[in-house]
Design a protein around this ligand. Structure first.
Ligand code: ADP
Length: 645
């Protein structure tokens, strides 16, 4: 406890005035490190310790007998007098006047801030006051310093918030400690939402190399600069030029990372646009392309380097495809795979882009799935076509280009999924009554043949045959519907084995020939045994469908050729089913393998069908590793080609 504290305690407000012999008091006053003085009831100084003399610059004799006000500048005299009067009137501790700044005045006239405690005490039976004068010069200077620092800090924060750049501070484990307005504007998260979150997971940061490489540079050099790709709150891809600095404490331990991110998304996109046409038309066309919701890419060279991408293009990848980076390298770097509709990865040659590049093929609406590093799977339609580059692009004339278009069909797929679910429920519900009907019709037919029962009239027999035929038709329809839903859900399981397809197809042909007298179905096979890797019941379903179509869509009758041959050099079997029927109109060729697709001429002639057979054939053949395509001319007939491995 200091002398003063001790002293103050002895003279606390609640205790009665102390009787202290004068001689003791002198000793006490001098050992105190505070400026102390003793006043009589008239306010005259009767004693002052050494510190008071030093603080005010007077000798003891100059102070002795002087009034208390003598130590204060004249403009405070009234106040101090008032305080003193207050004090003697009310025997309490010196009341610190609210908001009153007290200044002492030294002998040389300089003023300095003080705080005064006055305590009553009885000396030689007379009321006196002991004044403790605290020099507040250092304390006031500190207060001013703090106020200045607080002001500077608030100015600095205002300045940082004025900046257009995103400025953030994160701790060594990347939790956000500071998030300026620029960051709120760029990324869409408010300060409240961002604080405490881990930057890289909040912003889905993609690093030029890896996070480890960036962290290592920060650790070793204390700073890092480079491009980062972030994702904003609303899913936009944001490319930033990032400058980062590592701040360490006195022991060299990492304390925080300062990060300033400048948005260069637009700038980078502009850079990626090659100069085509006049400046006016250039920006106009870019605006049009940017307003499209589908991704548009222009690729050049055998390795499919990116020349141009519109605004929506990067959304499908979830990351930025850097200008001039080859397609496969980009996919590999970001762990992105393009899958076919069945969920199998495309071999590079099967990808729409390379089909267009290498074979000059026009790919229209190839159903695919983009499987991304973040686990998202986006169903898309891909369109790709060879593209002629203008001469002023500065690329070799021999350089081929491809225009690629991706359309996100997530919403369509979701609607399809609901529809499939509905179809599956209905088909299941139909199966039971249908099988009951079929078994009763079968029973009646057997009864008709039994000798001991009364025979049915010809009319009744016709009715039973009609019931059987209709229920069979309906069962195969519900089976088809269920197959469609199984395929869509990836639940269709094949039983693939090595099968001699010749007798199998012969049987199908013979069975279908028995259903028509107006058509002559000829079966040709280059050898008696042709082994294929297929699911035999599915192959039967496929052949039944294609030959049945040939019959159905040749309403005038005519020859139908079913021919199969081996192609050992390509390790496959090629087959065709040729008719001379109504053919398929050219404008509908692209959609023949779609679900519920029916050509106009088939509808116009009211040929029954629901447009699922060829869709199923296409999907099943592809699942077995084969292919199907056709040639057809309206009014001339159609030829369907199929291959099996
Ligand atoms: P469905 O025959 O039940 O309508 P498919 O899926 O088997 O369904 O065939 C789809 C459409 O393709 C048919 O509706 C028809 O317009 C056309 N089509 C299929 N095969 C032939 C053919 N051999 N000749 C003419 N048109 C055909």
């Amino acid at each position: 406890m200091s002398d003063t504290e001790d002293f103050n305690q002895q003279f606390s407000a609640s205790s009665p005035p102390r009787q202290i012999p004068c001689a003791h008091l002198h000793v006490l006053l001098d050992i105190s490190s505070d400026a102390l003085l003793l006043l009589d009831e008239a306010g005259k100084i009767v004693m002052a310790n050494k510190h008071t003399e030093e603080l005010f610059g007077y000798a003891e004799k100059e102070l002795y007998g002087a009034s208390f006000e003598f130590l204060f500048p004249s403009h405070l005299h009234e106040a101090s007098l008032y305080e003193r009067e207050q004090y003697f009137a009310i025997p309490q501790n010196y009341p610190k006047a609210e908001g009153l700044e007290l200044y002492g005045q030294k002998k040389d006239g300089t003023e300095f801030p003080v705080e005064i405690d006055l305590h009553q005490l009885m000396l030689d039976d007379k009321l006196h006051a002991l004044g403790v004068i605290h020099d507040m010069t250092d304390h006031k200077a500190e207060e001013r310093e703090h106020a200045t620092q607080a002001l500077h800090l608030s100015l600095l924060i205002n300045l940082v918030n004025l900046a257009a750049d995103a400025i953030l501070i994160r701790d060594p484990v990347s939790r956000i400690l500071f998030w300026n307005r620029g960051a709120e504007r760029l990324y869409g998260w408010s300060e409240q939402e961002a604080l405490g979150r881990v930057t890289h997971s909040l912003l889905e940061t993609h690093f030029p190399q890896s996070q480890a490489a960036t962290d290592e540079a920060l650790e070793q050099k204390g700073a890092w600069e480079g491009e980062l790709t972030h994702t904003s709150r609303d899913g936009r891809t944001v490319v930033v030029e990032s400058r980062q600095a590592l701040i360490r404490d006195d022991q060299g331990k990492p304390q925080a990372i300062l990060e300033v991110n400048r948005d260069i998304t637009e700038h980078q996109r502009q850079e990626q646009h090659p100069q085509v046409g006049t400046p006016g038309s250039h920006s106009f066309f870019l605006r049009i392309l940017d307003s499209l919701s589908c991704g548009v890419f222009l690729l050049a060279g055998a390795d499919a380097r990116l020349l141009f991408a519109n605004r929506s293009a990067h959304q499908v990848w979830g990351t930025q495809w850097p200008f001039l980076q080859p397609l496969l390298e980009f996919l590999r770097t970001h762990d992105i795979t393009i899958l076919n509709a069945q969920g199998q990865p495309f071999a590079p040659d099967e990808m729409a882009t390379f089909r267009a590049f290498k074979k000059g093929e026009y790919v229209r609406g190839l159903q695919s799935i983009v499987s991304r590093h973040d686990g998202k799977r986006l169903p898309i339609l891909i369109y790709a076509e060879p593209f002629e580059l203008p001469a002023n692009m500065g690329l070799p004339a021999s350089e081929r280009a491809v225009l690629l278009m991706y359309q996100d069909i997530t919403a369509i797929k979701e609607a399809e999924y609901l529809k499939d679910e509905f179809v599956e429920i209905v088909a299941h519900e139909l199966q039971k009554p249908l099988s009951t009907l079929a078994s009763y019709a079968d029973l009646l037919q057997r009864d008709a043949k039994a000798e001991n029962l009364p025979t049915f009239t010809p009319h009744q027999q016709k009715a039973i045959a009609a019931i059987t035929e209709t229920t069979n038709g309906l069962s195969s329809l519900t089976e088809d519907l269920l197959d469609v839903t199984r395929l869509q859900a990836g639940r269709l399981v094949l039983n693939v084995q090595s099968v001699n397809i010749v007798p199998l197809i012969q049987q199908v042909t013979a069975r279908l020939q028995a259903t028509t007298s107006r058509h002559q179905i000829e079966f040709q096979a280059s050898s008696e045994t042709m082994l294929a890797h297929v699911d035999p019941s599915r192959l039967e379903q496929i052949m039944r469908n294609i030959i049945d179509n040939a019959i159905k869509y040749s309403p005038e009758g005519g020859p139908i050729l079913v021919a199969f041959k081996e192609e050992p050099e390509r390790q496959r079997i090629l087959g065709k089913v040729q008719d001379q029927g109504i053919g398929i109109p050219k404008q509908q060729h692209g959609r023949v393998f779609g679900r519920f697709m029916r050509a106009d001429n088939a509808r116009a002639r009211q040929i029954p069908g629901i447009g699922l057979g060829l869709y199923l054939c296409h999907e099943l053949i592809e699942l077995m590793g084969g292919s199907i395509c056709f040639d057809s001319e309206e009014g001339q007939g159609s030829t369907f080609y199929i291959t099996f491995p």
